[in-house]
Design a protein. Sequence first.
Length: 374
Amino acid sequence: MGGGRGVDAIVVGAGIIGAACAWRLAREGYRVSVVDDCRAGATAAGMGHLVCMDDNPAELALSAYSLRLWREVTGRMPQACAWRGCGTLWLAEQANEMAIAEQKRARLAEQGVAAELLTAEQVAAMEPMLRQGLAGGLRVPGDGILYAPQAARWLLADAGVAIDVVQGEAIALDEAAVRLADGRELAAPVVVLACGLRANDLLSQPLLRAKKGHLAITDRYPPRVRHQLVELGYGASAHASDGASVAFNVQARPTGQWLIGSSRQFDSVDSSLDMPLLAAMLMRAQHFLPTLAQLNIIRCWTGLRAASADGLPLLGAHPRHTWLWLALGHEGLGVTTALGSAALLAAQIGRQAPEIDDSPYLAARAFAAEELSV
């Protein structure tokens, strides 16, 4: 196909969001070309968690919806996708945080997401590697983890011949077309931008802000952690509007490794390690998991999350170009919300009713904000 005659849609970006959009459109009967520039983006750098987040109603609605869609396909994924339905254990460090855990449980219940409050004794029994003295926690059994780069490749392959992957770098948008760095031009009546921060270079108004994050991974050890472990203060760190922050988040990968996060820095776009911030992140992890001090960390790296101004993804039509659609700004929830975002966007493109209210995510709001700020 190659983006030429007979292609119904072009998706720019082959990370988890682009792959999900192409996969969903292909399921709806579209013939899709995906432009893949082969550069590692947020999908390759992130933790790959499927976690129901509830810091605001729109985030909760989209993540709960998307997780339901993920659970419909995880059984078909190959082993390389490293899917594990391990659940998330949210940890209360102080007694007063149990009230936060109860509020979270109630919010999740409103979306039909099961969660159970745990006493300090129950937390210790489930995860004996955690330090003593925690106040309790909240277990969300429906959450999970996967290896996002492989999951993105699987989504593209699962659609079969309906998706054609075109290797190349998109450098400009023309009317219903994408120009590549090698001079090729791909044309289709629908163009979807799902390329994260690189969309800023393709749009006249940069809509996305970088949030840099650090991760570390240990050597392989016998399994000692069952759940994804997160502190209840994680949400405040994740949604900080400025500065740098760290929060405890550890996954036990199927390989026997511990994947350790997380940190956030606004507007730092280089890939270098910030050693003081990395040290603070590792100390925070060691505070909850003292055994970490005895484990060998074999690799540390950084990645850039693409954040919208209000922290919610931009899903929908560009207000001035009827052929252009956006699937951008997922920040740290791109893997979780990929299938839900793709389903909402495909419904809009096909002029169908969405399964959930998509008004909080419509892309046009970002352009209105840009115009007001001029």
